[in-house]
Design a protein around this ligand. Structure first.
Ligand code: FMN
Length: 344
């Protein structure tokens, strides 16, 4: 097990196909799912030499919170489907590594249970439910468990049509799986920018808006008080045929023009992918499936191993690029390969 691909292959072999389909699959023809990974192959590095890189640190801050790595754990639902301890195991591994973990509304562990797993930077991923009172109660519970920001996911007015799940009979929500805060079908499809204003006003924590893919929505998010924008297509699981996360990043970064932090996810499988995201203007990147692979293969130890592999890859990549910290990675450290050259 020396890289993320090894973990994903081992997880696919280990976990029941009728469950792993939910973790691995995307929507429709999975064009966007594939594009997320492929986008990283269309940028190459421009490393700088003869820089003193005897001390390299991957540490940074996200919304003021110190973290050990510019790669965080993206929210992924229902982790007890692939490990008996689920989110608690992931939280222990991420906490020990000092890595930010974003906990899904569709967690199979309570926030109190996750808090008991130990300290660690944690954010709550929020689905606004049809029931507003339960939404507020959910945020309050996460705050009491020490979570330091709310990540509102806005790309799921409806659940994407995931054909692998249909073919293999994956039932969502799965029967007999306890989801303490909600299931997907309680998510509000009537959500608008007015609701974002409502959350902003009700809630004292920093607000991250996850699922933005256009300059238009990035501008609106900033105008509505977002503290950070998370560029994402939900891992290719929602509208098939949208841009890869990395491809949508530059226009969002341009529109935001330094007014808030910008993150990106989708298709990160290598530390060098994270460095490309930083070069294109992201403050941090997030990944889900790599950690799902680690959790499925080895529980807490598996997540810890994937975290350490990716951290080492980021550190080595920084050094070889001629950078000693994430914030030194600049636009000049990458250039497009074909076909972007032709489009330019
Ligand atoms: C199995 C699975 C469950 C997910 N559950 C959620 C969720 O509950 N809330 C959410 O905002 N995003 C969810 N996502 C999307 C991830 O947060 C993230 O945007 C995406 O998976 C990143 O792509 P990657 O898996 O290629 O790293 C889920 C993704 C997967 C693969």
């Amino acid at each position: 097990m020396i890289n993320v691909a090894d973990y994903l292959e081992a997880a696919a072999a280990k976990v029941d196909a009728g469950v792993w389909c939910y973790f691995e699959g995307g929507a429709g023809d999975e064009v966007t799912l594939r594009a997320n990974v492929a986008a990283y192959g269309r940028w190459r590095f421009r490393p700088r030499m003869l820089v003193d890189v005897s001390e390299v640190s991957t540490a940074t801050t996200l919304l003021g919170t110190p973290v050990a790595s510019p790669l965080g754990v993206a929210p992924f639902a229902m982790q007890r489907l692939i490990d008996p301890e689920g989110e608690v195991a992931t939280a222990r591994a991420a906490g020990a590594a000092g890595v930010l973990m974003c906990v899904s509304t569709l967690t199979t562990s309570t926030h109190a249970e996750i808090a008991k797993a130990g300290d660690g930077p944690r954010w709550l991923q929020l689905y606004v439910l049809n029931d507003r009172a339960r939404t507020i109660a959910h945020i309050t519970e996460a705050r009491e468990a020490g979570y330091s920001a709310v990540v509102l996911t806005v790309d799921l007015p409806y659940v994407g049509r995931r054909e692998r799940d249909l073919r293999l009979g994956f039932q969502n929500p799965p029967p007999n799986l306890h989801l303490p805060y909600a299931n997907l079908f309680e998510n509000s499809p009537a959500l608008t920018w007015r609701d974002l204003e409502w959350i902003r006003a009700e809630m004292p924590l920093p607000l991250v808006v996850k699922g933005i893919l256009t300059r238009e929505d990035a501008t609106l998010a900033v105008e509505h008080g977002a503290d950070a924008i998370w560029v994402s297509n939900h891992g290719g699981r929602q509208l098939d045929g949208v841009a890869a996360g990395l491809d949508a990043l530059p226009e969002v970064v341009d529109a935001v023009a330094g007014r808030c932090e910008v993150y990106v996810d989708g298709g990160i499988r290598r530390g060098t992918d994270v460095l490309k995201a930083l070069a294109l203007g992201a403050r941090a990147a997030f990944a889900a499936r790599p950690f799902a692979g680690g959790l499925a293969v080895g529980g807490e130890a598996g997540v810890a191993s994937v975290l350490s592999i990716l951290r080492d890859e980021i550190e080595l990549g920084l050094g070889l690029l001629g950078c000693t910290a994430p914030d030194q990675v600049a636009r000049s450290h990458v250039e497009p390969t074909l076909p972007y050259d032709l489009l330019a």
